[in-house]
Design a binder for this molecule. Sequence first.
Ligand code: ATP
Ligand code: MN
Length: 538
Amino acid sequence: MTASDQTTKTISLKDYGITHENIQYQLSPSQLQSITVENKMGTETANGTLAVHTGEFTGRSPMDRFIVEDTITKDKVWWGNINIPFSADTFDALHKKVIDYLNNKELFVRDCYACADPEYKLNIRVINEYPWSNMFAYNMFLRPTDNELENFTPEWTVINAPGFMADPSKDGTRQHNFAILNFTKKIALIGGTGYTGEIKKGIFSALNFILPVEKNTLPMHCSSNVGKDGDTAIFFGLSGTGKTTLSTDPNRELIGDDEHGWTSKNTVFNFEGGCYAKVINLSEEQEPEIYGAIKPGAILENVVLDDAKNVDFTNTSITQNTRVSYPIYHIDNIRRPSIGENVKNIFFLTADAFGVLPPISKLTPSQAAYHFISGYTAKVAGTEAGVVEPQPSFSACFGAPFMPLHPTEYADMLSKKMKESGVAVWLVNTGWTGGPYGIGTRMKLKYTRAMINAVLNGDLGLYSYDKYHIHSVFGVAQPRECPGVPTAVLSPRATWNNDQKYYTTAFKLTNAFRENFKKFESYASEEIRRGGPQRYGF
Ligand code: ATP
Ligand code: MN
């Protein structure tokens, strides 16, 4: 600790096996930023924002994410290559090694919590090797008041040791990095990776087990906001489909950008206290709220600075997954506390790089269940020469890597909630138009926003034949007109100018849907199966 002349607190970690006292407890973001900069672990940008490099890992590593198989998890978790089992004994041995490793390091500790609804509050103690990871925990988790800190009893512990390298031959890991959840010990053990997303998604995964199993509450990988009339909207979607971008809307109060619970009281609460936005190609003009949130207190990850320490958001030389974390109060229009009621609309966001799904369509309850279990988006080809084909990517519940239970358990809960609350469900393609990736272009953000606004304002009108057209391949209801959007954009086929190519590509996608759905067929009801595409290429 070198940050000068600021008061600091300490805490004993003897209960955790840490015997030294070189522990910085509950430092302020500015203290952590100073320490990071003084230790040359980060730099300050021209406007005073901290910028760090997360090291070898600039994204999560789903193949190195394990769950300890114990009496709590054994019969409940959907084991496989998403939820990889880890033995309790192997965990104990590795845990001890990590503690030994941390036992001669200065440590940064933060007490915080998840879940904005007091009934669900989960107290968390985060123990970090690095000061900037601890600042991330300040940004992303909920911040207890001084009063709450007085009698704080941590329930879960995140142990985060990016510099610790596992030995796969001895430690039971796949390689040197790992993120392991232990429900008996209530520990998320993270090592060998400095990617901060592992910290927030570790607790998210824990909640995705705890809430449905113990609290009859549906956890969701979604963003959420609320309108002036108190109507709540939910945006599901895989990474990069627009959850953070589209929920940050100056006309609606932001509830949260990534993780929420939908309770049996029909309320929606944020798990987190901050946002974690992608900043690739970020512009002040297109996304002024997120741009404005990048100020002291925020942490930029893996961006490149110019000589004047300005961020070049177009530079992806470190990674495409450049990020910023900031406490939610960096956004002006937020709901306090982060709880909404009266869920009216659900959006399934998908970045369809085949460019064949309509930019907006309305789903029937069967289609909603089908698309939720499918969780479709596309991965665009990397920057390697010659690779232009997009890849379909399916992730159940729009968040399979974080869902310990079988996807149909979440899907059944969602279906029930949708029926009870009478929500409208919309499929929004934030991906390509005018052709597939390589030929067409990404849907203009202002059009997507206009379509979402039209839904939220009720401008899309009642569902009726003269207002909607049933898509011949996907079976979804496509509005014929939408304020603020050129009519031609609403029909993907029309934007292609080549019907044959359009249908060939659409069938390629429906075939991929069918192939993916096979593994759920035996679990899915006739009603859900009916929600799939209407036509396939044989
Ligand atoms: P994650 O789960 O990884 O946080 P996310 O769903 O929150 O992902 P965003 O951070 O919102 O995704 O990323 C969407 C990206 O796509 C942003 O960089 C945004 O600028 C860009 N984008 C381009 N066109 C659109 C569009 N039409 N709608 C939404 N986002 C768009
Ligand atoms: Mn996001």
